[in-house]
Design a protein around this ligand. Structure first.
Ligand code: XMP
Length: 504
């Protein structure tokens, strides 16, 4: 496959996703991934990602490019292009004008598949002033800076071919992969089903049993289904916990779908345990940690310990395991995600993570191959701590009830109007603020409810969804009329960053 070296760009994962979409297997590693490891993998090509640094600053991530060139053809993006120029004897300087956002590249030399002039997305303050020996500039930006250069076995671009705002970005990646690296396009996510089934069978062996925690989400459903295909339902014990923090009717509906697709699943109602542990807790992190702790306690009690269970299966995805620059440097905790983290150590079980090499869209494709129904595969993401982080402040049964009703109205309207699939995630937030209203000639003093809807490709960044005013007005009316306890509705117009998707 291809090796992508991460120099800290927020788009590094996209490079891997685009290559995989084009049929080329690719893996991401930190920029300082050892050369001998790369050589062992015998890659078709290596790609240097972008990054936020300047090559001439002290402390910026550097690596020997000439050495990489001896292994395979190279492609370099943004910071990668500057690094390459800097290391191979060219010259990089600070540009007078930063080029940020949309730009146009005029190609001075033909690259198969791309037109002479094309729209690109750029974000850089440095420019390659002098290319290295043996390199020629083959494309220039609107301000006449080198936007692309080529040398023996190397293609470098100043813009980001991996982002959707760049036209023909895929053609460029394809040119590199197929023309320069002569790589076969043989990565086909849906069809790795059989490979994964075999891997699971080999790892788990012929007699061991496996435990799976189901959340109602795509990843755990796909993992449980894959395991059931591989090992048979009597060896795959699924547990679905009702923490009382799920959407209206969610537990019953999802449990029924699990039965329908043939999972060996046990539903556990633990609503009261979660609610009583959450009593009096207002701080978001305190709430998250409490839910994580109670989940482990409930989960541990939920299955028959006499069974020969040796493994715990988890729906870990590739973005969780990439050893990227941000994980090398150690980033700050914005929110602690508590799902089943910490479980395997505590329960002394081995870990099975059959989809840890896949991106979310690949997991969905795999799910489709496993014949999972469309509505199970295309649900909006739902956080582990559930509605507890959407009732701001202390969680009570009464507030949960209001939120569930409002959420049900909102999501039903999205579905009814065909908007659900255009949106990454939509939900309501119940604010710990009451305001005065008037309903049926009487004064009310009730909660404010916020609506949230965002578009995103991976949850890392997000934009608020531009509903038309008519929709907002109609949903607001429906909610204030139908949901007792809410007399005011507002819409959240904050992207991420600076906000996060959830409010807590
Ligand atoms: P934020 O709010 O951090 O959310 O912008 C990004 C994505 O993660 C989801 N989320 C969680 N998912 N356990 C989860 O499984 C959690 O504790 C958790 N907190 C946030 C959130 O819904 C969004 O999709």
């Amino acid at each position: 496959g291809f090796i992508i070296l991460d120099f800290g760009s927020q788009f590094t994962q996209l490079i891997a996703r685009r290559l995989r979409e084009l049929g080329y297997y690719s893996e991401i590693h930190a920029y300082n991934y050892p050369t001998e490891e790369i050589r062992k993998k015998n890659p078709y090509g290596i790609i240097l990602s972008g990054g936020p640094n300047s090559v001439y600053e002290s402390g910026s991530p550097l690596r020997d490019v000439a050495e990489l060139r001896n292994i395979s053809p190279l492609m370099a993006v943004c910071y990668g292009m500057q690094l390459l120029a800097h290391q191979l004897g060219g010259k990089v300087t600070k540009a007078e004008h930063r080029e940020y956002g949309l730009n146009y590249v005029t190609w001075t030399s033909v690259v198969k598949g791309v037109p002479e002039k094309q729209k690109v997305w750029m974000s850089h303050g440095d420019v390659v002033e002098v290319p290295p020996k043996d390199f020629e500039v083959i494309g220039v930006s609107e301000s006449n800076h080198p936007a692309a250069m080529r040398g023996p076995g190397v293609l470098a671009v100043q813009f980001h071919p991996e982002v959707a705002h760049t036209d023909h970005g895929n053609d460029l990646l394809k040119y590199f992969a197929s023309e320069m690296c002569a790589a076969p396009a043989d990565w086909d996510a849906p069809h790795i089903k059989d490979i994964l089934i075999k891997e699971v069978q080999e790892k788990v062996g012929p007699t061991d049993h496996v435990l799976v925690g189901l959340s109602g989400g795509v990843d755990s459903t796909v993992v449980a289904t894959l395991l059931t295909k591989a090992l048979g339902a009597n060896r795959v014990h699924c547990v679905f916990v009702d923490n009382g923090l799920l959407r209206k009717n969610e537990f019953e509906n999802v449990l029924e779908s699990y039965h329908r697709i043939g999972l060996n699943v046990k539903g556990v109602n633990a609503s009261q345990e979660f609610l009583s542990e959450l009593k009096g807790k207002e701080d978001p992190e305190d709430k998250r940690k409490t839910i994580g702790r109670v989940f482990i306690e409930v989960f541990d009690k939920s299955y028959d310990h006499a069974l020969p269970i040796k493994w715990l299966a988890q729906g870990t995805l590739y973005p969780d395991v990439i050893e990227s620059v941000s994980s090398v440097g150690g980033s700050v905790t914005i929110k602690s995600h508590h799902n089943v983290g910490g479980l395997p150590e505590k329960m002394k079980l081995g870990l099975v993570e059959p989809v840890r090499e896949l991106f979310k869209d690949e997991v969905r494709a795999l799910g489709a191959q496993l014949s999972l129904p469309r509505e199970m595969l295309w649900r909006h993401p739902f956080p582990g701590p559930g509605l507890a982080i959407r009732v701001l402040g202390e969680v009570t049964e009464e507030k949960l009830k209001i939120l569930k009703e409002a959420d049900d109205v909102y999501i039903s309207e999205l579905r009814r109007r065909g908007l659900y699939d255009n949106i990454w995630q939509a939900f309501c937030v119940l604010l710990p603020v009451k305001t005065v209203g008037v309903q049926g000639d009487a004064r009310t003093y009730d909660h404010v409810l916020a609506l949230r809807a965002v578009t995103s490709s991976d949850g890392m960044t997000a934009d608020w969804y531009p509903f038309d005013f008519k929709f907002l007005s109609e949903v607001s009316n429906l909610i204030t009329n139908k949901v007792k306890g809410v007399n005011r509705v507002v819409y959240d117009v904050t992207s991420k960053p600076p906000g996060t998707i959830e409010w807590e």
